[in-house]
Design a protein around this ligand. Structure first.
Ligand SMILES: C[C@@]1(CC(=O)O)C2=NC(=C\c3[nH]c(c(CCC(=O)O)c3CC(=O)O)Cc3[nH]c(c(CC(=O)O)c3CCC(=O)O)/C=C3\N/C(=C\2)[C@@H](CCC(=O)O)[C@]3(C)CC(=O)O)/[C@H]1CCC(=O)O
Ligand SMILES: NC(=O)c1ccc[n+]([C@@H]2O[C@H](COP(=O)([O-])OP(=O)(O)OC[C@H]3O[C@@H](n4cnc5c(N)ncnc54)[C@H](O)[C@@H]3O)[C@@H](O)[C@H]2O)c1
Length: 215
């Protein structure tokens, strides 16, 4: 069994090649553009999903069939055409060139795959079956969708603000760690759920840090 390494990637400004322009390519293109990638799509036709994204300046469509030497100069490649044999050839060329490649038609032909994802602002929950059953991963995420509401977006934003403030105002590593631990134990999430949470002002944040910094 492949032991996949889950990672979170910042794709801003990265050049990415997407082979294929159908439904699956549309799903990938939308996620890639949202993550800031500079995307080149090579496909003789594009479906409505990719067409709708084409106004985005970061998407460049080359209207022709893809070939293996297209992968040169890309370090991230998606083989998502409807031609499975082409996807295999693209994958092999990309791997040979040392690129990261995702293959929509066959998990094992690539060297990375995508999990199903739930997003609440900065909070991201991902689930993968390592290629065993993508629909089961989606079903699990739908269950979590009901369990984790929008309060987590506010909560993650609160944690972000507090962490920035702690990092800027506390220099001792052990005090920072203590504060971050205490931060994870507050009842802020309950307040957000009960709609009684008011975002903290800078002086409230400073006051909390001052009172909680000692053991
Ligand atoms: C989770 C999700 C994320 C995403 O795509 O972003 C995702 N597939 C989703 C949905 C989905 N995929 C398929 C169906 C139809 C029902 C079915 O066949 O089960 C549905 C349902 C639907 O579309 O609703 C069919 C399918 N998928 C793959 C193959 C080929 C193979 O099995 O090798 C085939 C057969 C193709 C065929 O034979 O025609 C391969 C992959 N699909 C993966 C991810 C990766 C493994 C992740 C994992 O195992 O956890 C991997 C390896 C490649 C990759 O990285 O893309 C996304 C949920 C989106 C969401 O949550 O909304
Ligand atoms: N990863 C997943 O979640 C998932 C889900 C369903 C299907 N699939 C697989 O993903 C692949 C794509 O599925 P889809 O639903 O997007 O298919 P689709 O039929 O909607 O799109 C196929 C696209 O490939 C393009 N194409 C065909 N020949 C090409 C070539 N020589 N060069 C470049 N582009 C070419 C077509 O123009 C079209 O845009 C299929 O192999 C399918 O088995 C994956």
């Amino acid at each position: 069994m492949t032991e996949y390494m889950p990672i979170m990637m910042d794709l801003s400004g990265m050049r990415v090649l997407l082979v294929g322009g159908g439904k699956i390519a549309g799903r990938k293109a939308s996620q890639l553009l949202a993550a800031g990638a500079e995307l080149t799509v090579i496909s003789p036709e594009i479906g409505e999903e990719v067409r709708a994204l084409k106004q985005d300046a970061a998407l460049n469509w080359i209207a022709r069939e893809a070939q293996t030497d297209d992968v040169e100069n890309y370090r991230i490649v998606y083989a998502a055409s409807g031609d499975e044999q082409l996807n295999e050839r693209i994958a092999e060329a990309a791997r040979r060139g040392g690129a990261l490649v995702n293959v929509s038609s066959r998990a094992r032909s690539g060297n990375f795959i995508h999990p199903a994802v739930l997003r609440r602002g900065r909070l991201i929950v991902a689930a993968s079956t390592s290629g065993a059953g993508p629909s089961a991963a989606s079903a699990l995420i739908r269950e979590l969708d009901e369990r984790f509401g929008n309060e987590y977006e506010t909560y993650a934003e609160f944690l972000y603000m507090m962490r920035q403030t702690i990092r800027a105002s506390v220099s001792e590593p052990e005090v920072r760690h203590r504060l971050m631990r205490k931060l994870a134990e507050t009842d802020i999430l309950d307040h957000i759920r009960q709609d009684t949470f008011v975002p903290w002002s800078e002086s409230q944040m400073a006051e909390w840090i001052e009172t909680e910094r000692e053991e």
